[in-house]
Write a protein that binds this ligand. Structure first.
Ligand code: FE2
Length: 187
């Protein structure tokens, strides 16, 4: 098994056991969106897409919302923690220091972007949240909380990608009604 397959397998094995039920599908779906947005995405971006949320699957190390004063700080803590766990896993697969640093930087910035490659990862992750995570999120949270989370993610997207998200449909009628809210933020 080569180094890259080694880290992909390790990520998959950990995430498939996550207590967050949507984590495995979200990991794969983020990679799919990444490759739709950037068909030539390099290996660092692909590893980052698969493993960007890995800390959520590591119960004894995952960060908790109540430890942070606001949602942005919580998400930044989540990003750094995932980057650290991924870095350790990549070391165990004998991946080069250069590639480890590249993946670590991408994952650390995956909620905010900031450069061309981090922006692609942020956008793939954000679209995937609407594509696969949102109905699960709504099962665990109130309508108001889901609306807040929806707008938080929606505002991060550039206009052309907001149009993609606006096309998604949800079985749950109440959840579907959020579409009326998001139209206000289309531009
Ligand atoms: Fe994610």
């Amino acid at each position: 098994m080569d180094n890259i397959n080694c880290i992909k397998r390790k990520i998959e094995k950990i995430i498939e056991k996550s207590s967050v039920p949507e984590d495995p599908v979200h990991s794969r779906n983020t990679l799919e969106w990444l490759l739709k947005l950037e068909p030539n995405a390099d290996v660092a971006l692909q590893i980052a897409a698969l493993g960007h949320d890995i800390e959520r699957a590591v119960v004894q190390r995952k960060v908790k919302r109540q430890s942070y004063k606001n949602y942005d700080d919580f998400k930044y803590g989540h990003s750094l923690n995932s980057a650290k766990i991924l870095s350790e896993l990549m070391e165990g697969c004998n991946i080069s220091r250069e590639l480890i640093n590249d993946v670590t930087s991408l994952v650390s910035n995956h909620e905010t972007g900031g450069d061309k490659r981090s922006d692609i990862l942020k956008n793939a992750d954000s679209i995937s949240f609407f594509h696969v995570n949102l109905p699960y999120y709504f099962e665990r949270n109130s309508f108001e909380e889901t609306k807040k989370r929806y707008l938080w993610g929606y505002r991060k997207l550039p206009v052309n990608l907001k149009m993609i998200v606006a096309e998604f449909n949800y079985d749950n009628k109440k959840l579907e009604s959020l579409i009326n809210v998001k139209c206000l933020f289309k531009n």
